[in-house]
Design a protein around this ligand. Structure first.
Ligand code: 3EB
Length: 351
């Protein structure tokens, strides 16, 4: 299954299907996010992150690929490179990059520890320097994964340390922090380095907020000393079609988490939020282009045992055949039991 759009599109498949792709298609893959139980050798040139998170629907692996349509149909191959700790692949319109930074730095005399905050600031400074140097001024989407997201060290929850490092990098690099931010997600996994994948481009996206929620970059201080730097969604308009990158979305209304330990109620609230984001994107476009049916979802569930409750509620609410991957991961507020991120697409009648 794949989502064609002019410029860039995504496809979803098990890890071992990637290397089996026909050569022209393989060579048009900009990058990949792979959910795998344990690390697998990447013997391709595709920049990828491997997230060690259990898949809940019986699959061994689940990968999201981002492909360049131009590289598939034209003569011009993708190029790749590295920049500091970043690996990337690109054409003249899009760049997909990955960076993984462990929270320990090997030194000549042993190993020094860096806080998650420092590591995050370093990763984001590298991403921003790459954006400036290679002239991809816009970030459409970032995916963030870290160990022990709800753990506390240095007197601060680790997700909040991440928010400090991220926003400090934005400020240090002179970037805007109040609106026009990329879509994002931030999830906790059992172990491993801070791992980030990102998609950049040269055409400005439209940042979308959710009218039911306080913008994350305006959350009050009770959620940490620095606000989270992301938009609820980014909308990329191409000539023939549109792509909506929907950030991780949870059972939050205003700025408050709702429905305590009730996973079904949290799922309903999350779906209502997803619908509100989609409606807001349609409102900005002035047309009903996106709906909940033309969406690929990734559903992060804190407690594996909640899978069927969450899936059934999604099925009831959305209907039809739901395109989704279900992954066990920790959510950035300890009371939240699930988070859903999504990519919505719309093809025009002419494409
Ligand atoms: C929320 O709405 C839930 O810190 O990048 C969702 C998406 C969440 C992205 C991030 C956090 C992030 O606040 C958490």
């Amino acid at each position: 299954m794949s989502l064609p759009i002019s410029g860039i599109y995504s496809a979803y498949m098990p890890f071992f299907d990637i290397a089996q792709l026909p050569q022209p298609r393989l060579e048009s893959v900009l990058g990949a996010l792979c959910f795998v139980e344990s690390s697998i050798d990447n013997n391709t040139e595709i920049p990828m992150i491997q997230i060690h998170a259990p898949l809940l629907d019986g699959a061994d692996t689940a990968c999201e690929l981002w492909l360049s349509h131009a590289a598939l149909v034209s003569e011009k191959p993708l190029e790749h490179g590295s920049y500091g700790d970043i690996q990337y692949r690109f054409n003249d319109k899009f760049l997909f990059g990955v960076i993984s930074l462990p929270e320990s730095v090997p030194m000549q005399t042993g190993t020094a520890l860096a806080s998650l905050q420092q590591v995050t600031e370093s990763a984001y400074r590298q991403i921003f320097a790459l954006m400036d140097d290679l002239d991809y001024p816009y970030a459409y989407r970032l995916w963030n994964y870290m160990a022990d997201i709800n753990g506390i060290s240095h007197g601060l929850e680790r997700y909040r340390q991440f928010n400090v490092g991220r926003k400090d990098a934005y400020l240090a690099c002179g970037r805007e922090v109040g609106g026009q931010l990329p879509a994002a997600c931030a999830l906790g996994v059992a172990d491993g380095p801070l791992t980030i994948a990102f998609l950049l481009g040269r055409k400005a996206p439209i940042a979308i907020e959710n009218p039911r929620q306080v913008s994350a970059y305006e959350y009050p201080e009770e959620y940490g000393p620095r606000t989270p730097s992301f938009s609820r969604a980014t909308l990329l308009c191409a000539e023939l079609n549109n792509l909506l990158f929907i950030s991780g979305t949870a059972s939050i209304v205003g700025h408050q988490s709702l429905h305590g330990s009730d996973v079904v109620a949290q799922t309903k609230e999350t779906l209502t939020n997803l619908q509100a984001v989609i409606a807001e994107a349609n409102r900005k476009l002035g047309e009903q282009k996106f709906d909940l049916q033309h969406v690929f979802f990734r559903v992060y569930i804190r407690n594996a045992a909640d899978l069927s409750l969450v899936r059934n509620e999604m099925q009831r609410h959305i209907g039809g055949t739901i395109k989704a991957a279900f992954v066990q991961a920790d959510i950035c507020r300890s009371e939240l039991l699930l988070e859903i991120e999504a990519t919505a697409w719309h093809l025009s009648e002419h494409s």
